[in-house]
Design a protein around this ligand. Structure first.
Ligand code: ARG
Length: 588
């Protein structure tokens, strides 16, 4: 179905034309004075110069043409020349019915769906996830879902950091503990055991220890670097150990991402493009793009219009080792070969802005991508503590992600237990569901690029612009619908009637913004637009709920229409929270 503003603009354009003015003046927007009108058009102001007429005269002419409009119940010309508009209830009813009956609530699918790859997650093997991984995971997951819903083909890739020194540290610590393992014996020719040399529990404890040792003990650090070099070079035992560690770590990472309801289609990592690097390097040299500077292999990426210094993109270090750049570029090469996406979106901390600018320029210059391939970087801000600095544990350390999730669940559990009678097991399950909404909504309701303060008390509140408030609203609707069914009410073939009062009309007006909102959230990769929409919708619903008799409505047809409106509101809200990556419980 068409977007409401397009329909209104079309109707207004016709009125301008009928009154002898150009149709393009009839652009309708949401009202910025909701106390006076629902929508407005400022075209008469814009046309004054062209037609050499006072704007109010133009507005009067146009308003006269709208007297019998089926779309506008009221079109008032007011000084100095605004058109203040109110919708006709029957027109709005038509929009609501269309929304209710069409797939995806009337969201039109793109003529040419895009193939989009999203690079988010970015977890590092051997290291536990920490709060820094929260934002890319939450934002990326939501963008993936929104883009898919908007009709595009989307592939999400975790792009693990699986080729770095943390793995060397774990190997070194393992060697100190179990020097007799065959992996460390370079003369060993036999098969390595299939069994993992390290358990999950051991793994969880080993990295922080090895990382601390690396900081304090220079000899240990040197060994860890050597071990890293060995598994990267392909020394048999070290490579086998590397593989074990990656596998054990993936199990752990999956658990963590699962707890956030975050899923990836691809579990690829930096290591996957290892074999492509020599080929890419040759290609860049042969193309004349890459040259040696101070021993390192680089590609210039500065442009004339640059206002700041953009350093060359380094492809290989002077010792021939590859860098973060190298794997990202080789990954682009691989992605083009295997998937040929129209667009690749990267979601990382915004401090990597310049880095991605270099990588994108280099990929374009060296033609790793097609001229029309879109490379986008969505840099997110930091999650801060109440002191305005990046979030830390109470003793100033880096907060582990699972600890943050657990603390949020505990707080939610406390709040749920406080207000109501609920068996403990159920309260725990509900707290988990609601805590996820608190974390995700608290994050996604901010523009991704902005920093925000993690305020557990506010995020877990049932009131205000929070996840739990949205869930509470959904649960309220579900409970009314359940009562209706218990009383013998049927959910099939409910007919909508025209809105009877202002709060009902406002609820309908909020609902019909859905397709407009989804389209812009997808185009602008902006999950916060979904949050803003459901917050408005939940407010409109709760206002309506407080003003309206629903189950006790005596007129059967009217009661059924109200129930239909409730069911539609619930469906829209549940669809939206699914796009944000969380769900609602049945009760709370
Ligand atoms: N593993 C990296 C880190 O922890 C993030 C990877 C981001 N994605 C990318 N394609 N570079 O900093």
């Amino acid at each position: 179905m068409k977007k409401i503003l397009d329909v209104l603009t079309e109707e207004m354009g016709k009125a301008f034309e009928a009154a002898g003015y150009e149709a393009a003046l009839g652009r309708v927007t949401l009202s910025n004075r909701p106390d006076l009108c629902e929508y407005q058009c400022n075209g008469a102001m814009a046309g004054a110069k062209k037609y050499k007429k006072a704007p109010i005269m133009i507005a009067n002419d146009v308003a006269a043409r709208l007297a019998d409009s089926p779309v506008f119940k009221e079109a008032a010309a007011v000084a100095p020349g605004f058109l203040n508009l109110k919708l006709s209830e029957s027109f709005l009813l038509g929009m609501v019915k269309a929304m209710d009956s069409e797939p995806k609530f009337g969201l039109e699918m793109p003529e040419k769906p895009k193939k989009i790859m999203i690079d988010y997650g970015g977890a590092n093997v051997a290291k536990p996830l920490h709060v820094g991984h929260l934002r890319p995971a939450i934002i990326g997951e939501s963008i993936k879902r929104i883009s898919r819903y908007a009709g595009h083909e989307v592939i999400g890739d975790v792009h693990l950091g699986d080729w770095g020194t943390p793995i060397g540290m774990v190997i070194t610590e393992l060697q100190e503990r179990k020097p007799d393992l065959p992996y460390f014996d370079e003369s060993y020719q036999g098969e390595y055991p299939a069994e993992e040399p390290i358990t999950e529990a051991e793994f969880a404890e080993i990295y922080p220890l090895a990382s601390a040792k690396s900081k304090e003990d220079a000899a240990f650090k040197a060994k860890a670097l050597e071990a890293t070099r060995k598994f990267q070079k392909g020394v048999r035992g070290y490579r086998a150990l590397w593989k074990h560690i990656v596998d054990v770590s993936k199990v752990d990472l999956k658990k963590n991402y699962d707890s956030l309801n975050v899923e990836f289609d691809l579990w690829k990592g930096e290591s996957d493009v290892n074999d492509l690097i020599p080929e890419m390097v040759d290609y860049m040299k042969e193309g004349g793009w890459a040259y040696i500077s101070d021993g390192a292999l680089v590609v210039d990426v500065k442009e004339e219009t640059d206002t700041k210094e953009v350093p060359p993109c380094m492809i290989l270090k002077s010792d021939g080792a590859s860098l973060y750049n190298t794997t990202d570029l080789a990954t682009i090469m691989e992605r083009m070969r295997l998937y040929d996406p129209d667009e690749i979106i990267y979601i990382t901390d915004k401090r990597q802005d310049l880095y991605f600018e270099q990588v994108f320029r280099c990929a374009r210059k060296t033609k790793l991508v097609k001229p029309e391939t879109v490379l986008k970087f969505l840099g997110h801000g930091t999650m801060n503590g109440s002191d305005g600095k990046p979030f830390k544990t109470r003793d100033g350390g880096v907060m582990r992600l699972d600890v943050l999730v657990r603390e949020t669940q505990e707080e939610m559990y406390r709040k749920i237990r406080e207000g109501r009678e609920m068996p403990e097991e159920e309260a725990k399950a509900v707290a988990e569901t609601v805590a996820l909404s608190a974390l995700k909504y608290g994050d996604l309701s901010n523009q991704a690029a902005k920093d925000y303060v993690f305020d557990i008390d506010r995020f877990t509140s049932f009131e205000g612009d929070t996840g739990p408030y949205i869930l509470y609203t959904i649960v309220r609707i579900k409970s009314i619908l359940n009562k209706y069914k218990e009383q013998g009410g049927k959910m099939e073939q409910l007919a909508f009637l025209e809105a009877a009062g202002s709060s009902e009309k406002e609820l309908e007006m909020a609902l019909v913004q859905f397709n407009t909102m989804i389209q812009s959230a997808a185009e602008e990769i902006a999950p916060h637009k979904v949050c803003a929409y459901i917050y408005d919708l939940a407010n409109a619903f709760n206002h309506f709920y407080h003003e309206t008799k629903i189950l006790s409505e005596e007129d059967g047809a009217r009661r059924e229409s109200l129930i239909a409106l409730l069911a539609l509101t619930r469906d829209v809200l549940e669809t939206c929270i699914d796009l944000l990556g969380f769900s609602a419980p049945e009760k709370m």
